[in-house]
Design a protein around this ligand. Structure first.
Ligand SMILES: Nc1nc2c(c(=O)[nH]1)N[C@H]1C(S)=C(S)[C@@H](COP(=O)(O)OP(=O)(O)OC[C@H]3O[C@@H](n4cnc5c(=O)[nH]c(N)nc54)[C@H](O)[C@@H]3O)O[C@H]1N2
Ligand SMILES: Nc1nc2c(c(=O)[nH]1)N[C@H]1C(S)=C(S)[C@@H](COP(=O)(O)OP(=O)(O)OC[C@H]3O[C@@H](n4cnc5c(=O)[nH]c(N)nc54)[C@H](O)[C@@H]3O)O[C@H]1N2
Ligand SMILES: [Mo]
Length: 769
């Protein structure tokens, strides 16, 4: 049955709700990963494929960016959700020319993201010509010529945008940004703009490097680990093993989240007996059930309490020597949080003051603290300021640049951090651009390009006319779906380099291309022989990844080959960048990376070391802070308290256990008790009572955005089932991407311009059948 894709689309009437779980993983996790493998790949291929995940001679798991352990690796160095990610890519199902001949684009546009993704791997380059109803095959050369012609026809290179999703290898990313800049634009929007951009912005300003400062080994030394706005049980399951080990070593864990996520409460590790037979390891010692967007107030309160304790008993709560030697801005910070209005803290957090006091004491008593966070902090209007406040508390305690301590933004896509290192950035710094110019003898543009939100604005206004995407699913990942779809459809040409069918292919520009590519699991054969690529994980470890499976089709090309092929069609064979050589042998790309990208010298040798190498990080390595002040900056941030009008709820959009962003693996959210459906909205039973809405009833979600300049746009998603759920009061949750039509394009975080996917004011209206 493995080759057969589902023909029926989702039937939400089968939706079934059970009680949420208070533990994650366990043997069910192993069984579920086996089921996905068998359904998509069959038995032999499942065993062969999964054996290679995250092994030194294998490929990097295309799931999340959590690092692999150095040295010894288990036979199964992956998790349930990594196994699903691999099964999705290594599936035996195919989407070829016959599929496109049978399904007009208009029909495909009516299908769910789930149905589209389940059809299988793309096998041939396909084109949708103006006015055509169906995609038809096209040769690679014709496809490159078509894109090159469209690009050359633009009145300025800035009318093109080159999007990247974070699965792209370092080699492909380096070539891709070089192509965009050789052509003449810095329009390099990427998924990071919707993800950890807020973390990068805050960290760059505070410590001088926009990346996390801990390694996996630090989790073994920490005595306090704070997990804020992150759901590791679903999105970074291998992190649970690190938390379990830390717990055994005596560390305490604080979880801060509006939802009692199963993976924060208890872990039943399927790889040991206690996890299989026993109750597993309890994780959070303290669960702070915070209101959405309340973290900034919480961390200001923690700063306030630490300073008060220090005043009372000097040496008890602040690392005065660190503050004195390494930080800037202490007085202003101390004065600001000293004047904290506690009633604002109460309303922002909803947390009991005794609990905040207990957590402050845990910080004060800890010698080695790590704070981890993800989208629960980065996707709010005040995201950057919130992360600055997290840093303030860690800096007071001297928790940077020593073992077992530091900042840990847990990245999403497996190579999103590497892509940025390689120059996928609309605002790449001057030294990087100057290095490109010097290395290749080109002149790259210096004015900043468009990020994701600005690309959409430019499309909407007719200022971007060609959209090229190296991976991802732009239409479903971005906010304001109706506007986004209109924006994409208004382009002259949209091009998607993809492994699998998704919604972005069926919301085409006047002409649209699908260019099918090799996945990370597949063998990459070029003229100089078999190639490997490199990636960087969430903790700055760079290492090799080598696909082993036969490609899904003989027509597939690697991402590197596609970028270099287009570059040659566009820029000609006498261009100073040796595109043909890059495509032939990826060592030639790595030689240039070594000379251009900071920290990558001797790249070809170092990535061939068994565990790769770690990029330099001055604050982590030597407590040097390459900031404007030359020190780590304590910052003053005006407190933002989310306000929600009477009768409204603050809604977050998040991931179920059965999806990878816009790729929907299945229809169950096991830990939250949801089966066979996705159109649910989780609301506290007392809020339901207050709103007069019955548990299990069906509602439309309508978002309200006071800053809407026209006030005339109604953003509504229809027919969601209400689920009474133990979330924080006043806060609701539903799944991404179903919720994306509710998020106004202009509702973004200050500084990072990240869409506010976790801060949407909504009202619930009875659904009209
Ligand atoms: N299996 C799987 N793995 C993935 C992904 C996937 O889709 N599936 N996606 C990958 C990607 S790209 C990313 S970026 C990461 C995402 O990883 P996460 O950030 O864990 O993803 P979300 O599902 O968005 O969950 C956000 C969490 O933050 C909490 N939260 C929301 N708002 C707030 C808040 O205001 N304060 C606090 N304290 N908590 C809040 C939510 O309740 C939820 O637990 O995962 C990566 N890994
Ligand atoms: N409402 C709401 N919106 C969100 C979020 C949220 O929490 N809430 N989260 C945001 C976040 S954190 C992120 S990172 C973005 C994600 O945004 P994207 O990265 O754009 O989306 P994905 O769903 O990860 O992309 C999936 C597609 O990538 C393609 N693909 C998979 N593997 C490969 C590969 O190896 N090569 C190539 N070329 N293509 C491949 C497949 O065709 C697949 O359909 O969404 C953001 N949007
Ligand atoms: Mo992400």
């Amino acid at each position: 049955m493995t080759r057969e894709a589902p023909q029926q689309d989702v039937d939400e009437t089968r939706l079934d709700i059970d009680k949420p779980k208070d533990w994650a993983a366990g043997v069910t996790g192993v069984l579920v990963s086996a089921q996905h493998g068998l359904a998509q790949m069959g038995l032999g291929r499942s065993v062969r494929t999964l054996r290679l995940v995250n092994q030194r001679d294998g490929f990097d798991c295309p799931g999340c960016a959590w690092p692999e352990p150095h040295g010894h690796r288990k036979v199964a160095e992956f998790c349930e959700n990594g196994a699903k990610a691999v099964a999705e890519e290594a599936t035996l199902r195919r989407v070829g020319p016959e599929f496109f001949a049978a399904h007009p684009v208009e029909e495909l546009a009516q299908r769910s993201d789930y149905w589209l993704g389940q059809q299988g791997r793309l096998t041939r380059p396909m084109v949708l010509r103006p006015e055509a109803t169906h995609y038809t095959p096209i040769s690679w050369d014709e496809a490159f010529a078509l894109v090159a012609d469209a690009l050359r026809g633009l009145s300025t290179p800035d009318e093109a945008a080159f999007y990247t999703s974070g699965r792209t290898s370092n080699e492909a990313a380096f070539c891709y940004q070089l192509l965009a800049r050789s052509f003449g634009t810095n329009n390099l929007p990427d998924c990071s703009n919707m993800c950890h951009e807020s973390s990068g912005a805050a960290l760059k300003e505070v410590i001088g490097v926009g990346k996390g400062s801990v390694s996996l080994a630090d989790f073994d030394h920490a005595d306090l680990i704070v997990v804020v706005g992150q759901n590791p049980g679903t999105n970074h399951p291998r992190m649970l093993s690190a938390l379990e080990r830390a717990k055994r070593n005596g560390a305490r864990i604080v979880a801060v989240n509006p939802l009692p996520e199963a993976g924060l409460m208890r872990f039943r590790n399927p790889q040991n007996l206690r996890g299989v037979l026993g109750r597993g390891t309890p994780l959070a010692d303290e669960f702070c059930q915070i209101r959405l967007g309340g973290d900034m107030a919480l961390f200001q309160a923690l700063g306030n309490l630490l300073l008060a304790a220090e005043d009372e008993n000097p040496g008890s709560a602040v690392d005065a020597e660190f503050v004195e030697t390494h930080t800037h801005g202490f007085e202003a910070y101390a004065e600001h949080v000293g004047n904290l209005d506690w009633s604002e803290v109460d309303s922002a957090t909803g947390l009991p003051r005794e609990q905040i006091a207990r957590v402050a004491r845990m910080f004060a008593e800890s010698e080695r603290t790590i704070v981890c966070w993800a989208m629960g902090l980065t996707q709010h209007p005040h995201a950057v300021a919130t992360i600055r406040e997290v840093c303030n508390v860690l800096l007071l305690r001297g928790m940077i640049g020593k073992p077992g301590a530091g900042v840990c933004p847990v990245r999403g896509h497996s190579n999103v951090q590497g892509d940025r290192t390689m120059g996928i950035w609309e605002k790449a710094p001057e030294p990087f651009l100057a290095a490109l110019d010097a290395e290749f003898g080109i002149s790259t543009p210096r004015h900043h390009g468009y990020d994701t939100v600005n690309t959409l604005r430019a499309m909407r206004d007719g200022r971007v006319r060609v959209f090229f995407a190296l991976g991802g699913n732009f239409v479903s990942a971005t906010p304001d779906t109706e506007l986004t779809e209109r924006a994409l459809r208004s382009c002259e040409l949209t091009v998607h380099v993809s492994t699998k069918l998704n919604r972005s292919h069926v919301v085409p520009g006047r002409t649209a291309l699908i260019l099918p590519t090799l996945g990370r699991t597949e063998r990459d054969l070029q003229a100089a022989g078999e190639q490997f690529v490199t990636v960087e994980d969430s903790m700055s470890v760079v290492h090799a990844s080598r696909g082993r499976l036969e490609p899904a089709s003989e027509h597939l090309r690697s991402e590197v080959a596609i970028v270099c092929g287009l570059a040659r069609a566009l820029l000609g064979d006498d261009h100073p960048v040796p595109w043909a050589e890059f495509e032939r042998d990826y060592d030639a790309i790595r030689e240039r990376i070594a000379r251009v990208v900071p920290g990558c010298d001797d790249y070809n040798r170092k990535v061939r070391q068994p565990d790769g190498f770690v990029l330099p990080h001055p604050p982590r390595d030597a407590r040097t802070f390459p900031t404007a002040t030359g020190r780590a900056n304590l910052t003053v941030n005006a407190l933002h308290v989310p306000r929600v009008p009477e009768g409204r709820l603050l809604l977050q959009s998040l991931r179920s256990h059965d999806q990878y962003n816009t790729t929907i693996y299945g229809l169950d959210d096991r830990y939250r008790g949801v089966r066979d459906g996705r159109r649910v909205v989780f609301v506290h039973p007392d809020d339901l009572a207050a709103l007069g809405i019955g548990d299990g009833s069906r509602v439309d979600l309508v978002s309200e955005w006071p800053e809407d300049p026209t006030g005339t746009v109604e953003r509504r998603v229809k027919d969601f089932r209400v689920v009474g759920y133990p979330t924080a009061r006043g806060c609701a949750a539903t799944y991404f991407p179903e919720a994306n039509p509710l998020i106004p394009l202009d509702s973004t975080a200050a500084t990072s311009n990240t869409p506010t996917s976790k801060s949407i004011v909504v009202r619930l209206e009875p659904a009209h059948a």
